[in-house]
Design a protein around this ligand. Structure first.
Ligand SMILES: Nc1ncnc2c1ncn2[C@@H]1O[C@H](COP(=O)(O)OP(=O)(O)OP(=O)(O)O)[C@@H](O)[C@H]1O
Length: 240
């Protein structure tokens, strides 16, 4: 395997007095989709926020594309090529869809080809291009949040539960856009509770429990092994 695009080595993160990440080891292979899985509250979102620098890593190392970024500021991580789609979407309700998208393209005006691709992938954004983002439906806001992170080419995308609460038709739109992003060469670390999406998109999987990664392997192996799912996550993923 080629060098991973992202590696976490024994990463610990505290939130207030709580020791949330307790030695996370994780590798995200280049050009693949890695699913970060596990029960509620095991530290998946905290892992993404620690990679992005929104929570400070207390000890351990994070390296991105061969560069140690453990102590880097959030803005420097974004400039280095990491896009983050948080679970709460983080879009600006008072700004238009277009203005939100412009904010996503941090290095200058959006590339017209990129914009065309995104509006093809998420047609609703074109329809509401000049409307305030606050007026969009929940699913449309989620599409905007993802499209904004994709507004310019990034090496690695960290995406937290993009399909949560979405209608099936929008889930498949979202999954298709992520597939296209991967086809363009991006690497993706995706937290996803929807089993069929995880199975359809994931190349590799990392399962967390109690602030650590307890299993890594091929997504296909996890998807076909109900006993393993039961052991790692306490329930069959097929039930989702
Ligand atoms: N701001 C915070 N203050 C205090 N505790 C927090 C905070 N954010 C997260 N935690 C705690 O950290 C632990 C891990 O939370 P995290 O959101 O990373 O889990 P998760 O695996 O993403 O869960 P879920 O699948 O439910 O989204 C939980 O026990 C949670 O209560």
């Amino acid at each position: 395997m080629s060098d991973p695009i992202l590696s976490l080595n024994n990463v610990h993160t505290d939130i207030a007095q709580y020791h949330i990440l307790q030695g996370v080891d994780l590798e995200v292979p280049k050009g693949q989709v890695t699913m970060l899985l596990g029960r509620n509250g095991v530290g998946k979102t905290t892992t993404l926020k620690t990679i992005m620098g929104q929570w400070t890593c207390k000890s351990g190392e994070i390296s991105f594309d061969g560069q140690d970024m453990t102590q880097m500021a959030v803005s420097a991580r974004a400039r280095a090529g990491i896009g983050f789609v948080p679970e709460d979407m983080g879009i600006f309700a008072d700004l238009t869809v277009e203005e939100n998208m412009v904010l996503g393209a941090t290095s200058g005006p959006m590339d017209p080809k990129r914009k065309e691709w995104l509006l093809n992938a998420f047609p609703a954004l074109g329809t509401f291009w000049t409307s305030e983002a606050g007026n969009l439906s929940g699913g449309q806001k989620q599409m905007l949040s993802i499209a904004r992170a994709m507004a310019e080419d990034r090496t690695l995308y960290l995406i937290d539960e993009p399909t949560k609460g979405l209608a099936p038709a929008i889930v498949s739109t979202m999954a298709q856009a992520l597939r296209e992003l991967k086809a363009q060469g991006a690497s993706i670390l995706l937290v996803e509770q929807n089993f069929s999406v995880a199975k359809a998109l994931g190349d590799t999987a990392a399962v967390m429990d109690e602030g650590r990664v307890i299993w890594t392997g091929a997504m296909a192996d996890l998807a076909t092994d109900k006993d393993l799912q039961e052991r790692l996550m306490g329930l069959s993923m097929e039930a989702h």
